[in-house]
Write a protein that binds this ligand. Structure first.
Ligand SMILES: Cc1ncc(COP(=O)(O)O)c(C=O)c1O
Length: 958
């Protein structure tokens, strides 16, 4: 036997490898002779790429990780005292290993199928409870993208709930002591909505301004000062002006919460609760408000309801507020948020409990006090009266301090006026205070003889000391030992179905493999422990990563430039539309404000267009699911003078490569519009065609779909945008870091590179796949979808296909006829799939009463077959009802999912067997996943809204 000593094991073969025999069987089922034939029949010749992708050669896992470590080490991990909303933190190892590094948590999807998501729903309810109690508010959501965007959401929500007396008011005041990135973001978001933002001094601003509807304050302020806002908020309320406060959660263990000062909204970041800085993200932001605004809160809220057995069960509440449903009437476009990170912050709260959190905060405050008092002894002036973790020190010129600090690998905050900011965090110790004092002493030419005391007295002025209890629910005092915590986390994990169990064929969501080698670098300190505003010369590793990723994504999309800032698909949409808006404005075309959007578009498209100040005009789709070109033509002509853009998803959300796409893009250009391509389905394009080839001007890429970032139970994600050359000058900037286009729009995310630390995942995927591997992934995604289609056809109706009869990477299966024939609804099929160990495909999008199946390339033939077997078996179960052999109301579909408690009941009274209920096919018996609650009654939960952990008595009653 000859051995090749050069060849390394290819990553690609692990990502989507299939044997020849499997491929031949799949071709036979589909009715093609080869993969090339299938691709030629599926992807229109007119849009195919002429050349293969020009990307670096694929690396093996071993080589990649070694090379990437060398790149990571080009980042210098300095001690950060920069603050400004980002703090170093200690991630408890039990949380690091069992949540952040655990595929059972990070590969789960948004908990749309709540019966198999009770674990993360419970942790999110804990998060909401912790936020509500720390802020002193009545209701909170289960995360937003970052503090800056959360503040912008507060501005828009308060605008939409203005009282009648303020119905024409358009001014929103922002304290100049908010973090700079927050101020920039709020200004950017206000512009297209016609809101006038005034930035100034909160102590002197005239609240009687008739046009004023709301104000935003920072607590503690960006310079570290802790103000008592009680009187200011009361005065604002007297004048029917709302107040939002951006607050630091950890500080609220010691300080009077904004809710007790009367605030209407409290927002902020939960980063420092055990989530690494990651050069800007991902971290969870929070949004807490008054109960009266519950229907206007942006983002997802978790609520308590009951299941079919009357037991307590959790699910996402008030879903009718979601942009999917509200579309152009939505006031926010939040879809993917930061679920995994809010789960981590929540677990941090559970692990430390109220006492532990208070101790951490007290120590931080004590170190700050020790430093402040000692630095004054070195003749520096501390400008703060009250402070929690941050002080500002007056200096005329901070360059000397900066030089000495950097020599000691220490980063401080340097203000343009010469002042220096110093922020403490959980990782800092008395030794760090000593080091800082040495730095300040050296800069001041003083000799030091430091002998620091090990105890200080802390406390704030009257009215600022927190007196109320918080986090009193037993969940925050039961899991403080590692064993208890480990078992609690495991018990929650066991309730959730994720990719570690079976394929999740969510159409439009792309639940592909999130390979371990892609995930490992995320938790390397060289990526995790870097502050987003660290000097560029300390982040060479990140800069190289950004440059390469930018170039690779440009090659894949055919565009000239990317912005890696938007941290979700919807943020990408908003960013792209704002770029288009800026482009039109630069040409004197500010009147161009019509966004044409096909009826099949995802709900975030119209919501983003409205946020970008555009008016949405919906164009029709034909009976094949394609854009109705005649209708589009008529609308483009009708709105020609004011046409801003078309938003188009390609291949369409109906799972078809529309042949007419080039013609459609040319039509929009003829009328002076730009083409925005929603890149959610990019995994059907990579290496075969590209957004630039079809004629788009800008698109976002959901890196959490096509490029392997896991969904994390509903986030994090990344939604970078690519643009053609003429739009590059308008790409987003950042308030602190010099970046973006020369006429760039305001920041889209608070951090310059959004959730920078997870860009490593997409980087790893591309580096290990190479151009050919990526192209093969696309072909395999199309192959897998068409294989499922071939197996289901005849038993189920596939709603839309191309003229060739092929689907793209996903397909819609029509279930509407079963309502008439058997009283079975799409939801029944979704819930019954749980009994077969499967998560349902996407339900009722883009067509009500259907399921949209997307297998992705990285599922094996064996798994595809199990899934098809399950759906075919369900078809037989429907047939039994159709034939009248089984009751229409009492059957395996209507009663699904069957929990262990239901099946193990003493007296089994159903007309079908326990075996049929729980083990419908042999493979299930060998490896059963049990739903932990029965079908949930969502309407009950919305009528009796509870969005925090209930008192213990509620469990007792259950
Ligand atoms: C077609 C489409 N567009 C946009 C989005 C929004 O992306 P994100 O959830 O990352 O905000 C989605 C999300 O599922 C989608 O399917």
């Amino acid at each position: 036997m000859k051995v090749n000593l050069i060849t390394q094991e290819s990553f690609e073969s692990r990502h989507h490898g299939k044997s020849d025999a499997e491929l031949q069987a799949m071709f036979k089922s589909i009715g093609v002779d080869s993969l090339e034939t299938l691709i030629n029949e599926t992807v229109p010749a007119g849009i195919r790429l002429k050349n293969p992708l020009n990307l670096p050669e694929a690396k093996s896992e071993v080589d990649f990780l070694a090379d990437f470590k060398a790149l990571a080490q080009k980042n210098k991990v300095y001690k950060s005292f920069i603050g400004t909303g980002y703090y170093d933190t200690v991630v408890p190892n039990v949380i690091l290993r069992n949540i952040l590094e655990n595929p059972a948590w990070y590969t789960a999807y948004t908990p749309y199928q709540a019966e198999i998501a009770q674990g993360r729903l419970e942790m999110l309810l804990n998060f909401q409870t912790m936020v509500i109690e720390l802020t002193g508010m009545e209701i909170a959501n289960a995360s937003l993208l970052d503090e800056g965007t959360a503040a912008a959401e507060a501005m828009t929500m308060l605008h939409s709930v203005r009282p009648a007396t303020k119905k024409n008011a358009q001014t929103f005041f922002v304290s100049e002591l908010c973090h700079p990135q927050t101020i920039d973001l709020v200004i950017g978001r206000a512009k297209p909505l016609g809101i006038n933002v005034v930035v100034g001094n909160h102590a002197t601003y005239d609240l009687t301004n008739e046009d004023l509807y709301g104000i935003l304050l920072q607590y503690p302020a960006t310079n570290g000062e802790v103000y008592d806002y009680t009187d200011l908020i009361a005065a604002a309320h007297e004048l029917n002006v709302f107040t939002a406060v951006a607050a630091d959660l950890l500080s609220l263990t010691l300080l009077t919460p904004p809710g007790e000062m009367g605030a209407d909204v409290v927002v902020g970041s939960a980063q420092r609760l055990g989530v690494p800085m990651g050069y800007g993200g991902p971290h969870a932001a929070f949004f807490a408000t008054k109960d009266s605004f519950k229907r206007q809160i942006p983002g997802r809220i978790i609520g308590v309801s009951v299941d079919a057995q009357g037991n307590r069960a959790l699910r996402m509440a008030l879903q009718t507020r979601e942009q999917h449903i509200r579309r152009e009437k939505a006031t926010s476009n939040i879809c993917t948020a930061q679920v995994l990170l809010s789960v981590m912050a929540s677990a941090y709260g559970v692990y430390h409990g109220p006492k532990g959190l208070t101790n951490i905060a007290a120590k931080i405050n004590g170190l700050t006090k020790l430093f402040a008092e000692s630095v004054e002894g070195l003749d520096y002036q501390v400008l703060n009266k009250n402070y929690f973790d941050t002080v500002t020190i007056h200096t005329e010129d901070n360059s000397k301090i900066k030089a000495i600090a950097e020599k000691h690998e220490v980063n401080l905050r340097y203000y343009a006026n010469g002042n220096v900011g110093v922020s403490f965090d959980e990782r800092k110790t008395i030794k760090d205070v000593e080091q800082l004092l040495n730095i300040f002493a050296e800069a001041g030419g003083k000799s030091t003889n430091i002998n620091l005391k090990s105890e200080v007295e802390i406390g704030f002025g009257v009215g600022l000391n927190r007196t109320s209890d918080f986090m009193t629910h037993p969940v925050f005092s039961s899991y403080h030992t590692e064993h208890e915590m480990l078992r609690y986390l495991k018990s929650l994990e066991n309730k959730d179905l994720s990719l570690v169990h079976s394929m999740i064929s969510l159409g439009s969501c792309t639940m592909k493999l999130n390979a371990t080698a892609e995930m490992i670098p995320v938790t390397w300190p060289e990526f995790g422990q870097i502050h987003p505003f660290a000097p560029k010369d300390q982040t060479e590793g990140y800069q190289e990563l950004f440059k390469n990723l930018n170039d690779w994504l440009c090659e894949v999309t055919g565009f000239a430039q990317m912005s890696l800032q938007p941290n979700s698909g919807a943020q990408g949409e908003y960013a792209g539309l704002m770029v288009i808006r800026a482009y039109h404005e630069s040409r004197g075309d500010s009147h161009r404000n019509i966004a044409l959007i096909p009826s099949s578009a995802h709900g975030t498209n119209p919501a983003s267009a409205v946020m970008a100040g555009m008016q949405v005009v919906v164009s029709k789709c034909d009976e094949k699911g394609n854009i109705d070109v005649a209708d589009l033509k008529a609308k483009a002509e009708q709105y020609s003078a004011n046409l801003a853009c078309l938003m188009v998803t390609y291949p369409s959300t109906h799972g078809v490569f529309e042949e007419s796409i080039k013609e459609i893009c040319a039509l929009i250009h003829e009328h002076g519009g730009q083409v925005y391509m929603d890149g959610a389905n990019m995994n059907a394009q990579v290496g075969l065609t590209s957004p630039a080839t079809i004629g788009a001007d800008v698109c976002h890429l959901n890196l959490h779909k096509t490029f392997c970032i896991p969904h994390g139970g509903g986030g994090p994600g990344m939604g970078p945008i690519g643009v053609a050359q003429h739009l590059a000058e308008f790409l987003p900037t950042n308030a602190v870091v010099d970046m973006g286009g020369k006429s760039g729009i305001h920041g889209i995310s608070a951090a310059p590179y959004g959730s920078a630390s997870i860009l490593t995942i997409s980087y790893a995927y591309i580096a290990m796949m190479g151009g050919e591997g990526l192209t093969n992934a696309t072909k395999n995604a199309i192959l897998n979808a068409n294989y499922i289609k071939s197996r289901l056809e005849g038993e189920y109706q596939i709603l839309y296909t191309a003229d060739s009869g092929r689907c793209a990477h996903e397909m819609i299966v029509d279930l509407r006829q079963f309502k008439t024939s058997a009283g079975v609804e799409a939801e029944d099929v979704a819930k019954r799939l749980m009994d077969y160990n499967f998560h349902a495909p996407t339900l009722s999008f883009p067509v009500a009463g259907t399921i949209m199946i997307e297998p992705t390339e990285s599922e094996s033939k064996a798994e595809l077959d199990r899934f098809c077997d399950a759906l075919l078996s369900i078809r037989e179960e429907i047939r039994e009802i159709e034939a009248g052999n089984v009751d229409k109301a009492d059957n395996v579909l209507k009663n699904a999912p069957h929990t262990a408690a239901v099946v193990l009941v003493e007296n089994w009274t159903k007309a079908y067997s326990r075996e049929k209920a729980a083990y419908p096919l042999p493979y299930v018996k060998a490896n059963k996943f049990w739903a932990t609650v029965s079908r949930i009654d969502s309407a009950y939960g919305d009528r009796n809204l509870i969005c925090a952990c209930e008192p213990v008595e509620a469990y007792a009653e259950n």
